[in-house]
Every structure is written in C-alpha cells, then in structure tokens.
Write a protein that binds this ligand. Sequence first.
Ligand code: PMP
Length: 427
Amino acid sequence: MSDNAVLIARRERLLGRNMSLFYEDPVHLVRGEGVWLWDADGRKYLDCYNNVPHVGHCHPRVVEAITRQASTLNTHTRYLHEGILNYVERLTATFDKSLNAAILTCTGSEANDVALRMAQAMTGKTGVIATNHTYHGNTTAVSQLSTRMPPVGGFGGHVRHVPAPDSYRPLGGEGGDAFATAFAAEVEKAIASLQDSPHGFSAIIIDPFFANEGFPDLPPGFLDKTVAAVRRAGGLVITDEVQPGFGRTGTHIWGHQHAGIVPDIVTLGKPMANGHPVGGVVANADTVNAFRKAFRYFNTFGGNPVSCAAAMAVLDVIEDENLIENARKVGEYTRVAFQKLAQKHSIIGDVRGSGLFMGTEFVLDRATKEPAPTQATRIVNEMRERGVLMGKIGIHQCATKIRPPMPFTTENADFMLSIFDDVLSGL
Ligand code: PMP
C-alpha cells in the first residue's frame, strides 16, 4: 500500500467514510509558508485555492501573536479582557456606522446560525430566503439552506430558494438591469410565499459575491431592488462574508461594499484569523441586544484572547502589507492573462471574478454554453499533478475556483498561467 493509501484507510477507519478529500490523487501536506505548500515527499505546490491562510500560510506575525497570547492567558468571555474589545472596535471601524457591534464565534456556520436567530429576534418571524445553489454551513439550522447537501427529511417549510444568479447564463436570458430585476422578482415571489405561510418573512441570507454559486460578474446595483423589496416587507438582509470578506475582492474590505449595499447583519469566518478558528457576526447594537435578550447566548471559545490576538494580527497584516491593493492589481493582471488564454483555448467560455477571487468556466461549445464538468475535473487534477492547487465550483461544477492567499504575486500568477496553458493544450 502507498503512504497515501495507508492514510486514507486510517481516515476512513477513524473519521468515517465519505469525508471529502481534494483530488483523485490526494495531497499529503506537511508544511506551508506564504503562498507555498509542501507535501510529505518534499514536493512544492503553489496554493491558488486556500482563502483561510488569508495573509499567507504561517504568517510570522500571526504565529507570533498566537504564541504570545497563548503563553500569557487564554480564557472565555465571562471575565473582563481588553482583547475582544480592542478587536471588535477595530473590526467594526471597517463597516458602515450602522454596523457597530459584534458577536464572536468559532466558525462561519455558527455565525450564520446566530444571524438567523438575530433576524428572528428582530422580526418575530422565521421564514428565510437563500439561493438554490448555496452553502452557509453545517449546523442543523443553516444546513436547511444548502441545496448542495439537502437535509435528511427535506427542507423546512420556512425556507424558500431563489435561482442563483449566473452572469454567463442570466435569468431571462438578458444581462444588466433586466437580470437584476428578474432576480428581485424571484425574491419578491419568495417573500410573498413566506408571508402567506405560518412562518412569515424574517430574512434573506446571501453571499454578496455569490462565491459558492460560481462568483458571477454582476452589474453595479444588482442587489439594490432585492434589498429594497426585503426592507419593504420588514425583513433583514444578512450577508455572508465567509468567502469575499477581508479584502479578497480587491475593491473593498467587504463583499457587500463591493456589491454596493449596506446589510443589517454580516457574518464572517474562514480568513478571519488565518486558520485559527474564528468567526463573527456584525450588526447594529440594537440587533445584538435584541438577540442577547431573546436567546441567552454564550460561546465557550468564541472571542477568547488567543483568537482575538490572531484576528487582530490579520487586520494588521492586511493593512501593513497593503494586501487589498495587491489583490486588486494581481487579480486584474491574472484575469487579463486568462482572457488572452481564452483566445487560444475555446474550452474557456467565460473569465470572471474580482481581486484575488476568480476563475474560468469551461464549456464544450461556446455557442450553446454546454457545461464541461468532466473536463473541469480533469484540468484541476492535472494542475495538481503539476504543482498548482486550485478548486472547482459553480452551478454546473465547471468553473475553476482560484482564491489564493492575498500576498499572491504576478510571478505566482505567471507560474500558474503557464501550467494552465500547457494543461489546456494537452487536453
Ligand atoms: N458560509 C459560506 C459562504 C461558506 O462557504 C462556508 C464554508 N465553506 C460557511 C459559511 C461555513 O463556514 P464553516 O465551515 O467555518 O462553518
């Protein structure tokens, strides 16, 4: 048995079968630094996928912050400590003035779970709208929203799904304002359906960048009509920033700012502390107070001093290393290069994204836009064989998902692009 086969057998025995694992030939990682990863045989990989080590794998300033605080004190939030206060002050300063208080959690799922309950506390209703190709986490409540993994027994009656926006194949066949109007009309239908049900309408929850839906390129103001419809109906807008948050889109620190909206509740996760498990919910103090009054909420690990030190170091590094501007510049450079490759390889039907969150959608035929999921799987696996790690996503599972650590450089992009070109040439 190969070393990998031994590890896979141990995983199945100890952790259960059906645990997801990337690539036909899984990678056994042992070390990371910046945008690079090394496997157990000493082979080096360029990480073009991982948004959790946001400021780079094992960034020394985050490691130092964790080490310093872990060797001083770690405890829960039933004692007074400045760490959580300094962090939330710094974090909320990056949001609209109305979003001025926060609850810290350990995962994005927990953050979304809390957000749904905040909306319940504010509206007295439970009905929720999400897209039909989303994922918001793994708790019992939020797994009710995720069509990619339908819950046993089906969705609760309080959930309505609207079609995920797809800029390459827009709803109604037309882009621009017509596309935004068509999406808002679907949301209005879902609101009406919930209002006619015993659940009532509480909130819409969306990733403002629609990352799991395949990060469509949306026209400016795409969500304006949707947000207006939600507010008219007395509902709340929850934006899930687990993927686009912390500057990834290159234009703004938050995905909802990139989309030009001000939500009522924002949820955070993955990149927040560079791999240390930290999530959060940001909202107006009145919303946080209503939630705390309605649900006696306590989270043993959320907001502990070590987590806050790690999260604070991430904000420091984003600022000091000018990483949002880097995402804008390198992202733009890479997309232009992908456009050039699209002239050579007809399998590339679409190139899209913003900042360091981008990808190419593969099609069998540009005229019919017939998705090429089998080819997409093959391409991602061949990239892995050649030392570049990227993912696959989208409504038709035929788009590459490229979302590297934020210090990604144009040289890193060139390395990825030349291998991508070779892989497509060899198809
Ligand atoms: N929201 C979105 C948009 C996500 O992509 C994910 C995780 N992939 C989550 C929430 C859940 O986060 P976690 O795994 O930290 O619970």
